[in-house]
Design a binder for this molecule. Sequence first.
Ligand SMILES: CC(C)(COP(=O)(O)OP(=O)(O)OC[C@H]1O[C@@H](n2cnc3c(N)ncnc32)[C@H](O)[C@@H]1OP(=O)(O)O)[C@@H](O)C(=O)NCCC(=O)NCCS
Length: 210
Amino acid sequence: MDASWSYRFLEPRDIDEVKDLCRIWFPVRYPEFWYQDVTSAERYYSLAATHPVDGHIIGMIVCDVKSLKQVNREDHSLLSREHCTEDSRVAYILSLGVVESFRRKRLGSALLNKLIEYLTSPVKRHVKAVYLHVLFSNMAATSFYRKHDFREHMFLPFYYHINGRSADACSYVRYINGGTPPKTIIYPLFYNCVPVLVCYIALLLQTIFY
Ligand SMILES: CC(C)(COP(=O)(O)OP(=O)(O)OC[C@H]1O[C@@H](n2cnc3c(N)ncnc32)[C@H](O)[C@@H]1OP(=O)(O)O)[C@@H](O)C(=O)NCCC(=O)NCCS
């Protein structure tokens, strides 16, 4: 229990509330099965923060722990070779959101910290990285993740399709439990500096032309 909210895991009864919140928070539309999965399937870590008085959901984080075989092609380069084993896992944040009136009160940080606490517990030692994709123009989210020691991993042009238009994304990663990025001479240049540079140039162009 925190001073201003409490925590509980999502349940099937939350489906309509979660749908409404996601419609407000995210420009990307999720299919019906996504809502059913995140509110009921045990494989997801789906934690909600609820209002102390009315019990409504005021924030939530949803994460899936995957083997490297299950990650998208563009995310295959998340881990160094030594961690690319059958046992290694990575945690993918599918969703993190906070209702507007509770933003900048550390609720997003509290939810993320709860997740990291869980992923660094002894039973999750095989999880070597936490990662996510974020709309590249979402400055609140990119600042948030950078503040929490996530780093740009890859710039993903035209990754999302929103209202008939393409939009760029970036993947962000934080290494945990001794996980490390790929060890190549060009790693810091290729996986970090270049995407960051491309992100900033694209943002500049976007600001100028739209
Ligand atoms: C991103 C989001 C979850 C942050 O939640 P939050 O509870 O407001 O974040 P916190 O209060 O814990 O912020 C921690 C730090 O992140 C950074 N940050 C958060 N929001 C920011 C913003 N709008 N602009 C710049 N930096 C921001 C700041 O460094 C902040 O620390 P500070 O307040 O001491 O400066 C929230 O803005 C949100 O729900 N956005 C809509 C949904 C979304 O885009 N989710 C992310 C994609 S999965």
